[in-house]
Design a protein around this ligand. Structure first.
Ligand SMILES: [Zn+2]
Length: 454
C-alpha cells in the first residue's frame, strides 16, 4: 500500500507499526451547524481509506473525533466561539446544539454509507486528558502564560513550520496587525484559554491555571494518543489543516512526547463550486438531505466523490450529479440474481489501483472495464460486488428514490422557511397544498421527507 505523506511530500510505502494493523485518526466535525456536502467529502475519502485497509486484510482502528467544545472562528485564537454563536442563533444551550448536530452528522454518515469509525470520542468527555497533556507540555518548558490563557511557545520547537513550509519571517511581518500583542511569536497558539472576566461561558472547566476552556488543537493530540498510542500510523484531515491545526498538533506532540505523534499525515482537497471551495460566499451549500429532497439518492453523491482523487478534490454541479446518477443506474443494471466467482485478473488490477494512494478515478475506470468486458454476467456481477466492499455504493440495493417535480420542491422549500420562522399555520397550509398535488411531507427531527401518495 502506497500513500502520499504530507510529512515528506511524496508517496511512500505504508509500513504499519503493528503488522496487519492500522490506526487512523481523522479530524472530525465541529458540531454547531448542519454538515454540507463539502464537509462530508473528507469522511467519504477516509471511509474509502479504512475500507481499503480492511479489503487488504488489515485490522483497522479508526477514530473520528467530535469537536463539541467551542473553538474560535479564527485560527489565531480570536473571534467568536462557534458553539456559543450557534447557541445564540438557535436559542438552545451549547450542549443541545452539540447533541443536535452530532446526531445530524451521524445521519449523514449513514446516508453516505460511511462505516462507523471504531470510536467517536467527544472533546467535552476528554477535558481531563487535555489538561494532563498541557501539564506535560508545560513541564517540558514549552508554555507561557499571558492575560487570556496558556500559550505554546513555538520558538522552542526548532522545526515549527517545517511541516507546512511556513515562512515564519513573513508571519512576523504580518503580526503588526495581530490582535493579541502579548504573544511572544505570531505563530504561538492557545493551549488553555481563560473565561473572560464578567462573562459566564456555557462551557467552562476548572484547571490548574484557572477556569476556562481548551484551545482547539489540544483535543486532537489528547484523543488520538489516548486511543491510538503516543505514536500511531495515520492522521488525516482537510488540507486547510496543514498550516495551522496540524502544524500545531505536531508541535504539541513534540512538546509533550518529544516526537511527532503520527507517522503518516494525509490530507484531502475539497469540493469546489464554481471553482472555489464550497462556502457561504461561493455557494453550493447543499446538504445530503437537500439532494435527497431533489430526488438524488446519496449513493449518487458517493459515486461522484469516488470519481475524484482525494488530493485533487471535485467540482460540484447539479449537472455533474445527474451524470453520476445516470452512470450509477447503468452500473446497477448489470445486476444478476445468481453469483459465481470473482475474476482474479480484474481483482489483481483492482488491488494495484486502490493500493496506489487510493487511485479512485482509475478504480472507477476499471469498474467500467469489468462491466463492459465479455465475462459472463454472473462473474461480472460477482466481481463488481467484491469491489463494492471498498466502493461502498450498495450496488445490489435498488435505487428507490423517485424524482419529485420542481413545483413540489419549491413548495417544500417555502414550507421549510415557514417552519424555520415557526410559522406553523403557514407550514400546515402549504402541507395541504402539497398533499392535494399528490405528495406527503413528513417531518422527523432534522429533516423532512417527501413521498408520492400511492
Ligand atoms: Zn484535529
Amino acid at each position: 500500500m502506497k500513500i502520499y505523506n504530507t510529512l515528506t511530500r511524496q508517496k511512500e510505502e505504508f509500513k504499519p507499526i503493528k503488522e496487519n494493523e492500522v490506526g487512523i485518526y481523522s479530524c472530525g466535525p465541529t458540531v454547531y451547524s448542519s454538515p454540507h456536502i463539502g464537509n462530508m467529502y473528507a469522511y467519504v475519502c477516509w471511509d474509502v481509506l479504512a475500507r481499503t485497509f480492511k479489503y487488504l486484510g488489515f485490522t483497522v482502528k479508526n477514530i473520528v473525533n467530535i469537536t463539541d467544545v467551542g473553538h474560535l472562528t479564527s485560527d489565531a485564537d480570536e473571534g467568536e466561539d462557534k458553539m456559543e454563536k450557534g447557541s445564540r442563533k438557535e436559542g438552545m444551550s451549547v450542549w443541545e446544539i452539540a447533541k443536535k448536530y452530532e446526531k445530524e452528522f451521524l445521519e449523514n454518515l449513514a446516508e453516505l454509507n460511511i462505516e462507523l469509525p471504531g470510536k467517536m470520542p467527544k472533546a467535552t468527555d476528554h477535558i481531563q486528558e487535555q489538561i494532563d497533556l498541557i501539564k506535560k507540555i508545560e513541564a517540558n518548558g514549552f508554555t507561557y502564560k499571558i492575560s487570556d490563557g496558556i500559550y505554546f511557545d513555538t520558538s522552542k520547537f526548532a522545526d515549527y513550520g517545517k511541516f507546512a513550509n511556513l515562512n515564519l519571517e513573513k508571519l512576523k511581518e504580518g503580526a503588526r496587525v495581530e490582535i493579541n500583542q502579548e504573544k511572544k511569536n505570531p505563530s504561538d497558539f492557545a493551549l488553555w484559554k481563560f473565561s473572560p472576566i464578567n462573562e459566564k461561558r456555557q462551557m467552562e472547566w476548572e484547571s490548574p491555571w484557572g477556569i476556562g476552556f481548551p484551545g482547539w488543537h489540544i483535543e486532537c493530540t489528547a484523543m488520538s494518543t489516548k486511543y491510538l498510542g503516543e505514536t500511531f500510523d495515520i492522521h488525516t484531515g482537510g488540507e486547510d489543516h496543514i498550516a495551522v491545526h496540524h502544524t500545531n498538533e505536531i508541535a504539541q506532540g513534540y512538546g509533550a512526547f518529544g516526537h511527532n505523534t503520527a507517522n503518516y499525515w494525509m490530507h484531502n482537497a475539497f469540493i469546489t463550486f464554481g471553482g472555489t471551495k464550497i462556502s457561504k460566499s461561493s455557494g453550493g451549500l447543499y446538504t445530503v438531505f437537500d439532494l435527497k429532497e431533489m430526488g438524488f439518492d446519496p449513493m449518487v453523491l458517493r459515486y461522484m466523490i469516488l470519481g475524484s482523487h482525494y488530493r485533487k478534490g471535485l467540482e460540484f454541479s447539479i449537472e455533474n450529479l445527474e451524470a453520476a446518477e445516470t452512470a450509477l443506474n447503468k452500473l446497477k443494471s448489470y445486476k444478476v440474481e445468481s453469483l459465481s466467482s470473482i475474476n482474479q485478473t480484474f481483482k489483481q488490477e483492482f488491488v494495484e489501483k486502490i493500493s496506489n494512494d487510493l487511485a479512485m478515478p482509475e478504480v472507477l475506470a476499471l469498474v467500467w472495464k469489468v462491466a463492459k468486458s465479455d465475462l459472463n454476467p454472473e462473474e461480472k456481477w460477482t466481481t463488481l460486488l467484491d469491489f463494492d466492499q471498498v466502493l461502498g455504493l450498495n450496488l445490489d440495493k435498488e435505487i428507490t428514490e423517485e424524482k419529485i417535480p420542481e413545483e413540489i420542491l419549491k413548495l417544500v422549500k417555502e414550507r421549510k422557511k415557514a417552519r424555520d420562522n415557526k410559522n406553523w399555520a403557514e407550514s400546515d397550509r402549504l402541507r395541504e397544498i402539497i398533499k392535494n398535488k399528490g405528495y406527503l411531507v413528513e417531518d422527523s427531527q432534522n429533516q423532512c421527507t417527501i413521498r408520492p401518495i400511492t
